[in-house]
Design a protein around this ligand. Structure first.
Ligand code: 13P
Length: 291
């Protein structure tokens, strides 16, 4: 079932665990993640960047593909189909019109007033359609869709101001970066905790790849309810496929080559869920019906 993220993140915030947001790049990514999360009987957010959307053909293709997988694979967990880092109102509108159940409007490159204005426009369009909205203040650094940016940490005042737009979740930039870290991540846990205690909406941690697991657990204890992972699954898949090609240089069937990344990807998803949500990790248990 495609849902917005409101109920799943509300439960995560209340019970101090994090729901995974995994970026998808193709059918195999979506399938592997859905299968693993179904085995765990836990909800999942499938994130789609604008670059990934254009790679796969467009928002409509992706929505139909994900709904098809849900039906054909008998996926019964809540699945949220979420535009990641929508760069404009128009991009969010396109995703919503194609049936996405959630969007992130990332107007963090603008100063606060303009960020608020664009975010409010998205909220006003999304909410009557039952679509949830995430926004960003400060700026998550690193490389996303081949674009590099520096980190600007969010202030409590900016976080408070952006919530006036009616958003459902907030990604305050607090030192994490997209892609691989150079050295140890430097997250501002004190401010994370302070923002969480001051706001009623769930908080999102971008740039989940490469953050040591004890820091991820600390971030969850400071109020993070949604963690975004993209690069980690790409690196896992890439290594598996390189090994496969090295060992089987004459195999050219794409199902075998691409598919050689399936088991390692599923194992990585499981490993991450162990960190994000160990309490609920009871495979095939009906107790996992947390919403
Ligand atoms: P990583 O690529 O660092 O995992 O970041 C993903 C992300 O934050 C997507 O919004």
């Amino acid at each position: 079932m495609l849902v917005n993220f409101n109920e799943i993140l509300k439960d995560a915030k209340k019970n101090s665990y994090a729901v995974p947001h995994f970026n998808i790049n193709n059918l195999e990514w979506a399938r592997n993640i859905l299968e693993q999360m179904q085995e765990l009987n836990l909800p999942v957010i499938l994130g789609v960047s604008e670059g990934a959307a254009s790679y796969m053909g467009g928002f409509y293709t992706i929505r139909v593909m994900v709904e098809g997988l849900i039906k054909d694979l008998n996926i019964t967990i809540p699945v949220c189909l979420h535009l990641d880092h929508g760069g404009s109102f128009e991009s969010c509108k396109k995703a919503i019109d194609a049936g996405f159940t959630s969007v992130m409007i990332d107007a963090s490159k603008y100063e606060l007033e303009k960020n608020k204005e664009i975010t409010k426009q998205v909220v006003d369009y999304a909410h009557p359609k039952g679509v949830s909205v995430e926004a960003e203040v400060g700026h998550v650094g690193g490389t996303e869709d081949n674009v590099y940016g520096d980190v600007f940490r969010a202030t409590l005042e900016d976080c408070f101001e952006i919530t006036k737009t009616g958003i459902d979740a907030l990604a305050p930039a607090l030192g994490s970066v997209h892609g691989l870290y150079k050295g140890e991540p430097n997250l501002d846990f004190d401010r994370m905790k302070q923002i969480n205690e001051s706001l009623s909406i769930p908080l999102v941690l971008h740039g989940g790849t490469g953050i040591p697991y004890d820091m991820i657990k600390k971030a969850i204890s400071c109020g993070i309810s949604k963690i975004n992972i993209n690069t980690e699954l790409q690196v896992t898949w890439h290594k598996a496929v390189c090994d496969f090609i090295k060992e089987n240089p004459t195999v050219y069937d794409p199902r075998k080559v691409i598919g050689s990344g399936k088991a390692p990807m599923k194992a990585k998803v499981l490993e991450l869920i162990n960190v994000f949500n160990e309490k609920h990790l009871k495979p095939n248990s009906t107790d996992n019906n947390i919403i």
